[in-house]
Design a protein around this ligand. Structure first.
Ligand SMILES: *[C@@H]1O[C@H](CO)[C@@H](O)[C@H](O)[C@H]1NC(C)=O
Ligand SMILES: *[C@@H]1O[C@H](CO)[C@@H](O)[C@H](O)[C@H]1NC(C)=O
Ligand SMILES: *[C@@H]1O[C@H](CO)[C@@H](O)[C@H](O)[C@H]1NC(C)=O
Length: 287
């Protein structure tokens, strides 16, 4: 009796459900919307992200597809997004402004894509990010301001990329960092790498796989970082760049010119006083 009764009221129930749904609740046909906030589009062979989602999506899973780009304006309307998984797609770049309204994003997985570079401030507006996965891409350039404003970031993976060097300035922005992976990159142990070496040395505890896993190339030889020490980079520590040299040289020139001018000025003033003083006496005499 009870099931029959349920059958009778279920269409009614569904209709009232539909009325209660917020307008933004439109699940893309290829995805599964588990609830208002979680959308699962994984393993669907998608060539691009669906163009619209329920507006209050918080967790978007789109791993294991063939997504090539994230249109720069796509995430604009999804300011509630907390968790974005784009692992194992075909992304080659991230356009400027992509994460401009992702101020609540905590988790971002872009690993196993084809990214080649990170520009200044790409994640700037996603300033609450805690975990950022960029491993297994083809990154060869990471701008020194790439991680600007990510002061909450605790986990950063840059392993298995194509990095030969990395500015320490980029890492120094990450004041909450606890865990980082840098292994699996073709680092070159030259003086550019020296600063990174000192940083790694000081932050060894944060390296998930340890310093032992990191190798760099010195004159065609692969060397494990633990085989190197401060002494290996001794020459680099006090080395001046051409710009430093120019600044020192130019400030020398400026100081000399200033000295010449000020002594000339002093001499003129003294000379003037010497000439003016007697005439003052004459004035007094006249009075
Ligand atoms: C990436 O996704 C493909 C399906 O698109 C899957 O066959 C492959 O195992 C995935 N690789 C990783 C590393 O997750
Ligand atoms: C990445 O790019 C390379 C060549 O540019 C291509 O062979 C490879 O299939 C791409 N990988 C993915 C996951 O799109
Ligand atoms: C990595 O990027 C370089 C260009 O920066 C490209 O020539 C190469 O094919 C890429 N490799 C892969 C595996 O995508």
């Amino acid at each position: 009796m009870l099931p029959c009764f349920l059958l009778l009221i279920s269409p009614l129930f569904c209709f009232s459900c539909l009325l209660m749904l917020p307008l933004g609740f439109l699940c893309p046909s290829v995805c599964i919307c588990m609830d208002y906030h979680t959308i699962d589009c994984r393993d669907q062979g998608l060539p691009s992200l669906p163009s619209s989602f329920p507006l209050d999506v918080r967790k978007l899973l789109a791993a294991n597809n063939h997504i090539q780009t994230i249109p720069a304006d796509l995430l604009l309307f999804y300011g509630d997004l907390i968790y974005l998984d784009l692992k194992n797609n075909s992304l080659t770049s991230i356009e400027e402004g992509t994460f401009i309204s992702s101020s609540r994003l905590l988790f971002l997985d872009l690993s196993y894509n084809n990214l080649t570079q990170l520009d200044a401030g790409v994640f700037k507006s996603a300033e609450k990010l805690i975990k950022l996965y960029l491993g297994n891409n083809n990154l060869s350039e990471v701008h020194k301001a790439a991680f600007e404003s990510l002061s909450s970031l605790q986990v950063l993976e840059l392993n298995n990329n194509n990095l030969q060097s990395l500015s320490v300035t980029a890492l120094e922005a990450l004041t909450s960092l606890r865990n980082i992976r840098l292994d699996g990159n073709p680092w070159i142990c030259d003086c550019d790498f020296a600063n990174l070496f000192f940083w790694i040395d000081e932050n060894a505890k944060k390296l998930q796989k340890g310093v032992e896993e990191i190798q760099c190339t010195l004159e065609d030889r692969r060397i494990f970082l633990h085989e190197l020490s401060d002494i290996s980079f001794r020459e680099c520590k006090y080395r001046l760049s051409t710009i430093d040299f120019l600044i020192i040289f130019l400030s020398g020139v400026v100081v000399s010119i200033a000295a010449i001018f000020s002594s000339f000025f002093l001499a003129t003033t003294v000379h003037c006083f010497q000439r003016c003083a007697p005439s003052k006496d004459e004035d007094e005499d006249e009075e």
